[in-house]
Design a protein around this ligand. Sequence first.
Ligand code: GLA
Length: 383
Amino acid sequence: MEKNKLINEVTISFKDQFLSEPLIVFSPGRINLIGEHTDYNEGFVFPAAIDKGIALAIQKSEVNTSKVFALNKGELYEFALDKINPIKNGDWRNYILGVVAELKVLGKTLSNFNAVFSGNIPGGAGMSSSAALENSFVFGINELFSLGLSKEEMILVSQKAEHNYAGVKCGIMDQYASMFGIEDSALLLDCRTVTSKPYEIDFKDYELMLINTNVKHDLAETAYNDRREVCENVSKLLGVVALRDATKTNLDTIKQDLSEADYQKALYVIEENNRVKKFAEAIEKDDLGTLGNLLFQSHDGLSTQYKVSCTELDFLVTKAQGSSDVIGARMMGGGFGGCTINLVRKSGTEAFKNEVSKQFKEEFGRECSIYDVKLSEGTHLIK
Ligand code: GLA
């Protein structure tokens, strides 16, 4: 469903249920061109907000509970602001509770609210539907109760909600991209300073295509947190703040103290960080061939060194490598399922789509889904 329709639907549903005029917020999901698992190493990433996201209708309530209706799921959740804890298997509820809880930690006073939200980001696709949801609520609540938070402060609230209520020790990329996205641009984000440079990218005869494996393997969260821990341990051993500060030469000095698996993970992060910088240079030089190669290299590292890929993702990237119409492809996001991002020749898009869908179905007995993306504006109010 497209954005305007989504906005209409939540508005109508809100008015029907709560009989008042809501504030409307749209908060997008994101893609990431390159720089995977580098954000929590204080490194570089290259995300962009997209035209898919969460539409939220929200307004103050006079009663002494808050009510949130997840329109897609047809689920209503009612809670008291003074009794907030993470819920086991709480799903979407935890992101909202997390945002409210983290606002309270900041000493912000809010009163009850009613909300209706709906989204068109495929879940589990690695396109950050959770960051979009967190950002929509923190943005909406900030506006509703005039809390005076800056966007920089809001994304930290969203990130902490994810850490403490969803249990994923994520970096800042998703929340940043969703909040600060700029139309037609990707953002080269320095995750240490949390500042970015927008790049209006012209892929010329090529375009981005996402292919969703439609799988999300179990243990993705645990595996994510484990990798973060490995990176932090290696940094400690190296005596640096984060792997962002390390080179391969540094890493080699402690190679004997690390397992081969941990060595490869840390090396991956160091190399991926360098790839992001090379990617930015290649954009400046209009060097599409290099952009594509860097994507393939990134995938290889994620799969063989960092070990966050899966059979379905590897299959899609191998098919992309074998196609003369695709100049680069890699898995995108946290991994263990979700999408690949592909740079495909415009004239060959249909042929590649058909071919890869057919092959995927033959191999796994299931469909993959294919999306175009439009680089879009970050979280904003709809007037
Ligand atoms: C998830 C996390 C991000 C980032 C990516 C991997 O999307 O939320 O912070 O670490 O994985 O790059």
